[in-house]
Design a protein around this ligand. Structure first.
Ligand code: ZN
Length: 283
């Protein structure tokens, strides 16, 4: 499904991105067995990371965001230009319901770090402390204000049903381009992004954007984003080759198997002596 739309508004002075991240949030919650509140907090961070990934220009580009806080401990989300997103939240079973529980889970004191790697071995690292009154969207807006000097408006949403499962999630972002005039900047402040997201829930991201805005720009991009980890047995076999046969055999002898856990997708891998034979091609 084409769940990400990007376009330019107001004489191409402002970029707008809207994404429906419902299926991605569901998949993340399923893989990590998240409680309702943990689902909402992780889902909203995952949604912003989807936006950040959609901004990558190079095919080799990757972004990784990391939140460290007094609430959930840690949230990590990574994404690439192909819009494959993956991540985890340390606190998987945050309790309570409603906005207060969500804010407590995200935390009131903490920091956000974003690493953007365009694939040239010179990653850009930006960071900010949580703003005074906290808040998920406010923290990401603060990041753009401080680190990238862009007055960006970010709205994320993650709605759940009576079973605590995500029924709709998304993100809407307005970012004025550097040459945007004052009048446009004022207009950007008045746009109701929550209503836009609820409309996207009803009729899909494309129709919601076309209904709300006079989209005359030639820039109109629709893409598909998914929750997908890039780990695999084959990849780990490659890594184990560099670990070396002796060390691999020692671990297998001591522990019965060499176990690798992928935090991003909560998958366990086990390698035995037979795998070592295969990896090091012993006759
Ligand atoms: Zn994985």
């Amino acid at each position: 499904m084409q769940n990400v739309v990007r376009t330019l508004l107001f004489d191409e002075q402002v970029s707008l991105t809207v994404a429906d991240t419902t299926e991605m949030i569901k998949e993340g919650a399923r893989r990590h067995g998240l409680s309702e509140t943990s689902t909402i907090v992780f889902g909203r961070a995952l949604s912003v990371a989807t936006y950040m990934s959609a901004c990558l220009k190079e095919n080799t580009g990757e972004i990784s965001l990391s939140v460290k806080s007094d609430g959930c401990g840690e949230i990590v989300v990574s994404g690439n230009r192909a819009l494959h997103l993956r991540g985890y939240i340390a606190l998987t079973n945050a309790e309570g319901k409603g906005e207060a529980a969500v804010n407590a889970c995200f935390g009131t004191d903490g920091s956000l770090t974003v690493i953007r790697d365009d694939g040239y071995n010179r990653p850009f690292v930006g960071a900010c402390a949580f703003p005074k009154n906290g808040g998920i969207d406010e923290t990401f807006e603060e990041y753009y204000r401080i680190s990238e000097q862009l007055p960006t408006r970010i709205k994320t949403i993650a709605l759940t049903n009576e079973h605590g499962e995500c029924v709709f999630g998304g993100v809407a972002v307005l970012q004025p381009l550097p040459f945007a005039d004052e009048e446009t900047l004022e207009k950007v402040k008045t746009i109701d992004l929550s209503t836009l997201l609820l409309s996207a829930r009803e009729q899909g991201v494309e129709k919601a954007v076309k209904d709300r805005f006079d989209v005359s720009s030639e820039v109109w991009e629709t893409r598909e984003a998914n929750y997908q980890c890039n780990c695999s047995r084959e990849y780990l076999e490659q890594v184990l080759t560099s670990v070396g046969e002796e060390q691999m055999r020692t671990i297998i002898r001591e522990d019965g198997a060499l176990k690798v856990h992928c935090h991003y997708c909560n998958t366990d891998y086990e390698f035995t002596d037979e795998d070592a034979d295969k990896i090091f091609k012993k006759a």
